[in-house]
Design a binder for this molecule. Structure first.
Ligand SMILES: Cc1ncc(COP(=O)(O)O)c(C=O)c1O
Length: 359
């Protein structure tokens, strides 16, 4: 029998995203089930986004602009880069595949902090690359270790800041030290800033400001978190025009749909909603951190819209929360046994969470 499948597929499992929220709510008989396991926005999208989607809906029989031109121009104005320095993806997820598809040959190496956002490893492995995991130093990305793992065969280094699931950041000084150390013959360095808007630490670097000095850098951002557009799938990469041109060669012709493009542009233009979401999450995160700390829970200080809580009997506590209508992520599924990853919710959801933990 002819074997038509690539052997690598035997080692890659389909991404386990869990049941759709609506199905789980129905099955559990919990119509008010709140998902605090996917780091979604507690405020949802801007009303201007909803209007933009409504207005665009009658045109969905027409293919979208394959180059996401208006959105890239809007982003370029906002970020102070050229539109040729941007590529928009079907979520930041797709950009990881584009980078892998453009850069990686079988046997190339990719350095990835471990644990970290699972699709980094999957994208690299599917391209036939060898993943060199760099263990976190407890909750922190260990850049000395990352540097030691870069060899002549390393094509890509992936960094996540704020880190999912640890919620920690890579600070400016150590990041620059790593980039300088690699500067003589640099691999691509992907800096995933999916949660950047929730970080208010003055030592958090803006990846964009480093592009001129480190031309192999690729900064990833997304509308899923701060803009509340997770259901539409819009992310983008910022890099040099040359890097973006390479990524465009492996991109599908109409990779970002019409509704996603207009919604993201409307989200970009509603600065108030953006800032309100940021302030809301930061304030509620502080509330949760204070209340959890008071109850004796340990967790790394969060720079994201979630907390990674140390809970010895995590699976049991997760079950208890689920029965009370709160879905949180078992840390064991994301490389942190004895932890729960809990998204920052509305005040009501956060209070419900604390009440269940108090039982
Ligand atoms: C660190 C990190 N990067 C990227 C993504 C993916 O973002 P998107 O929804 O744009 O695909 C996520 C989603 O949870 C994430 O946690």
């Amino acid at each position: 029998m002819r074997n038509v499948w690539r052997p690598i597929l035997d080692r890659v499992a389909p991404y386990e995203a869990g049941q759709p929220l609506e199905v789980l709510a129905r099955e559990l008989g919990l119509p008010n089930l709140v998902r605090l396991s996917a780091n979604e926005s507690p405020l949802g999208p801007s009303p201007h986004v909803v209007d933009a989607i409504r207005q665009e809906a009658p045109r969905v029989h027409l293919y979208p602009d394959g180059a996401s031109t208006a959105l890239r121009e809007g982003l370029a104005r906002r970020l102070g880069v050229g539109p040729e320095q941007l590529v928009v993806g079907n979520g930041a997820d797709e950009l990881l595949s584009l980078i892998a598809g453009a850069a990686l040959e079988p046997g190339d190496e990719v350095v990835v902090p471990l644990p970290s956002f699972e699709p980094y490893t999957t994208a690299a492995e599917l391209a036939g690359a060898v993943v060199q995991p760099s263990p976190l130093a407890k909750y922190e990305t260990d850049l000395d270790d990352v540097r030691r793992r870069v060899t002549g065969r390393t094509k890509v280094v992936i960094l996540c800041s704020p880190h999912n699931p640890a919620a920690t950041i890579i600070r400016r000084v150590p990041l620059l030290a790593l980039l300088d150390a690699l500067a003589s013959d640099p691999p691509l360095v992907v800096l995933d800033e999916a949660y950047r808007d929730f970080c208010d630490d003055p030592e958090y670097p803006d990846g964009l400001s480093l592009l001129a000095r480190y031309p192999r850098l690729i900064v990833l951002r997304t509308f899923s978190k701060i803009a509340g557009l997770a259901g539409l799938r819009v992310g983008y990469a910022i890099a040099t025009g040359e890097t973006i041109e390479r990524l465009n060669r492996v991109r599908a012709p109409f990779n970002v749909n019409r509704l996603g493009q207009v919604a993201a542009l409307a989200a970009l233009e509603d600065r108030d909603h953006w800032e309100r979401t940021r302030a809301f999450v930061i304030a509620e995160r502080a509330f949760l951190a204070r209340e959890l700390g008071r109850r004796g829970y340990a967790f790394p200080p969060s720079h994201a819209n979630f907390l990674l809580l140390h809970v010895p009997n995590a699976a049991l506590v997760r079950e208890r929360l689920l029965r009370a209508g709160l879905l949180v992520r078992d840390g064991a599924a994301v490389g942190f046994p004895d932890h729960l990853r809990i998204s920052v919710g509305t005040r009501e959801a956060n209070q419900r969470l604390l009440a269940v933990l108090d039982l």
